[in-house]
Write a protein that binds this ligand. Structure first.
Ligand SMILES: [Zn+2]
Ligand SMILES: [Zn+2]
Length: 151
């Protein structure tokens, strides 16, 4: 096994990576419409001012929580935003209801916050962050293309 690619980043570095790895034009991070489909339990959809459309399931958003605790946890497990925790293989499968927010609220003009049904609510999902983790085929393809060792 080769662990060459693994780099231990400090907390500050994590935050920086999530927020500033590539500057996005203002129109790309300004939502025109935000739909949080709480009643349907589906997820969130954003139409951006630049015409791009993004959609995420609540399950994905819960696993992409940008609070420091969740970011650290994911980093430690080597999980990407939105990637669920690996389930322990030898435990009986337990029914866990799919993550869903009880409510969501705007944070100033730059972010949205979810009050998850499991009680967690620390994550502030900035428009910048959300646009970066857009899950449409175009963006996920672009993300794959640019994944790799920086320098
Ligand atoms: Zn969190
Ligand atoms: Zn996209």
């Amino acid at each position: 096994m080769c662990h060459e690619g693994i780099r231990i980043a400090s907390k500050e570095e994590n935050a920086r990576e999530a927020e500033e790895d590539r500057p996005l034009p203002r129109i790309a991070v300004t939502p025109e419409k935000v739909r949080v489909l709480v009643t349907e339990g589906k997820g969130m959809e954003i139409d951006w001012v630049d015409g791009h459309k993004s959609a995420w399931s609540f399950a994905w958003l819960r696993e992409a929580c940008p609070c420091a605790t969740c970011m650290e946890e994911r980093k430690a497990d080597g999980r990407k935003a939105g990637q669920p925790k690996p389930k322990p293989a030898n435990l009986l499968p337990m029914y866990t209801p799919p993550p869903k927010p009880a409510s969501a609220q705007a944070v100033g003009r730059y972010a949205i916050q979810f009050n998850w049904a499991d009680g967690h609510s620390g994550g502030i999902y900035s428009w910048q962050y959300l646009r970066r983790v857009c899950q449409c085929p175009e963006c996920t393809f672009a993300a794959d293309e640019t994944t790799g060792t920086p320098n």
